[in-house]
Design a protein around this ligand. Structure first.
Ligand code: 9WO
Length: 253
């Protein structure tokens, strides 16, 4: 898979090549990442890529032309023009989630556009951007961190990038409910004990406990996720148990 990013801070974005699963994917050649600076694609003598907004107001707007020239260079380098979607990082966009990550991981790669200043010229968005993607309802100073987030989420789904293939499939959200709690040694700490069931060696009981915790947490923290899925009868029973125990230890007025 090939990922290209347009950014005024290419060195920063490429830092992710040095760490974790993205680093491994790159070293093993399953993934390639290139960062392109619009300043390298402007005819302006001082390499400027921004200008004042028409209609007035504070701040500056990224100009269309350097962005188009950068994108042209990317399309030429990729040699797959028209196939790789161009995605703009934007709080006005569609919320990024695991489904987006899976969709992107199944394709040939994509081009991420990171805005800076107050925004980018709408004509670039209208003519060259396939989708706007948001990392959540917040205003950042630029699209680089959301772009790195997307690269990370997609890279770990690429075949062979994650060491243990099983852990990707079992992760939180892939099965549309939250993850269960995790514990490791030692079993006894001043801060508490590991639940006995996890030390029991009874794998069926452990699996039931984990599923019950996962369902219970989802019920407590993300009830919206439960509305979207159909629980089977054993899951319904586990969740009912969790809710009953929760009611028992939550004082009522
Ligand atoms: C600023 C702003 C202020 C009030 C109301 C709405 C607003 N939206 C913005 C805005 O989009 N500013 C951008 C900040 C301009 C380009 C650089 N910035 C940015 C934020 N790029 N990408 C993000 C972002 C945030 C969350 N998810 C993806 C991208």
């Amino acid at each position: 898979m090939r990922i290209d990013a347009i950014t005024l801070f290419p060195e920063w974005l490429l830092e992710i090549e040095r760490y974790g699963v993205v680093g491994r994917g790159l070293r093993e050649g399953r993934l390639s990442l290139a960062a392109w600076n619009p300043r390298d694609y402007t005819a302006h003598p001082t390499r400027r890529v921004d200008d004042r907004p028409y209609g007035g107001g504070p701040g500056m707007v990224m100009q269309n032309r350097p962005l188009v020239a950068t994108l042209d260079a990317i399309v030429a380098a990729r040699g797959d023009s028209g196939r790789a979607p161009v995605l703009l990082m934007s709080p006005q966009g569609e919320r990024f989630d695991q489904r987006w990550a899976e969709r992107l991981a199944a394709g040939p790669g994509f081009v991420l556009v990171c805005g800076r200043y107050e925004g980018i010229d709408q004509r670039f968005i209208d003519r060259h951007v396939d989708a706007e993607i948001s990392a959540g309802d917040m205003v950042l100073s630029g699209g680089e961190l959301p772009a790195m987030m997307i690269i990370d989420a997609v890279a770990r789904l690429i075949d062979g990038v994650l060491g243990d293939a099983r852990s990707a499939a079992e992760d939180s959200f892939v099965e549309t409910i939250l993850d269960h709690p995790h514990y490791t040694r030692p079993p006894d700490e001043a801060d508490g004990r590991v639940p006995d069931v996890l030390l029991s060696g009874d794998h069926a009981r452990i699996a039931r406990w984990r599923e019950k915790q996962a369902l219970g947490r989802t019920w407590l923290r993300r009830p919206d996720l439960l509305d979207r899925i159909e629980l089977d009868s054993s899951q319904q029973a586990l969740l009912a148990e969790f809710i009953a125990e929760y009611a028992d230890c939550t004082p009522r007025p």
